[in-house]
Design a protein around this ligand. Structure first.
Ligand SMILES: [Mg+2]
Length: 269
């Protein structure tokens, strides 16, 4: 199999589009689903890919297991080990680099449970700022001024900052933008513009490399399917994987907020 000469753009997914590839790495929001709805053509596409399909998403609220169970309800049969998510893999990376680290999580309860299962020590209310080794910012449903202020103080005391992904928004079920981790990072960056951090989500290639490793497939034999050229397209290019661009649903509200605000966010390369 040979890699396509350049990105191919389609308006929607359909059966057979990826038949030439040994592994199909696919973004989730805006490609297969929008909110709690399967997008037109997505179920046929997923069925035609079978076990060649891998989800590679900057989702930072779910775990692979919780997302797999949610996708079953929409008609997708994708086991947890074929789902690679920025939030969960940021935790895996921290647990590998800093076993048993004390971590302040701006994240969902699901990721807090996952952190404990990986041997990390989540601290909700550390007594002293230097009690925390790592601050991790994900798509925190309870983000607010109190947590933002706490993060600034922990980072000032030398904690390492890990940001799961830089996305500002993803398309919501009603067509309006849903805030993502990057929107929370923008708030933190407004308080501390020169803040240094690590990130694992696209456009970094870590999730793509892990999917290829698990699949046992080389980059030249894989396809990446995504709706966002700034994250999906760039990650595919960096990893040497052919890119299939799915045009996102027509947005309501602000015109293309991802494209207009993305240059303000440093991705921590
Ligand atoms: Mg997307």
């Amino acid at each position: 199999m040979t890699q396509a000469a350049g990105p191919i753009t389609v308006a929607r997914l359909e059966s057979g589009l990826a038949d030439a590839y040994a592994a199909v790495l696919c973004d989730l929001d805006g490609c297969l689903v929008s909110g709690e709805t399967a997008l037109p053509g997505a179920l046929d596409f997923a069925r035609s890919c079978g076990d060649r399909l891998w989800i590679v998403s900057n989702n930072s609220g779910d775990t692979g297991q919780s997302l797999s169970e949610r996708l079953v309800r929409l008609g997708f049969q994708i086991p947890a080990h074929r789902i690679l998510l920025a939030g969960e893999h940021a935790l895996l990376d921290i647990a590998q680099r800093r076993p048993g680290a004390r971590i302040f999580l701006a994240a969902s309860a699901q990721l807090e449970q996952r952190a404990r299962a990986l041997g990390l020590i989540p601290l909700r209310a550390p007594e002293r700022a230097n009690d925390v080794d790592v601050v991790m910012l994900a798509r925190d449903p309870d983000f607010g001024l109190g947590r933002l202020s706490k993060m600034v103080r922990l980072l000032a005391s030398g904690a390492e900052l890990v940001v799961t992904n830089p996305d500002l928004v993803h398309p919501g079920a009603d067509g309006l933008p849903e805030p993502e981790t990057g929107a929370l990072l923008a708030a933190l960056s407004a308080c501390w513009p020169e803040l240094a951090y690590q990130t694992i989500g696209k456009p970094q290639t870590a999730l793509l490399s892990e999917a290829l490793r698990r699949a046992g497939v080389s980059a030249a034999d894989a396809l990446f399917v995504g709706d966002n050229p700034l994250t999906d397209g760039l990650a595919a290019q960096r990893a040497g994987i052919a890119f299939l661009h799915v045009l996102p649903p027509v947005p309501r509200g602000p015109a293309d907020p991802v494209a207009s605000l993305a240059p303000a966010i440093q991705t921590g390369d």
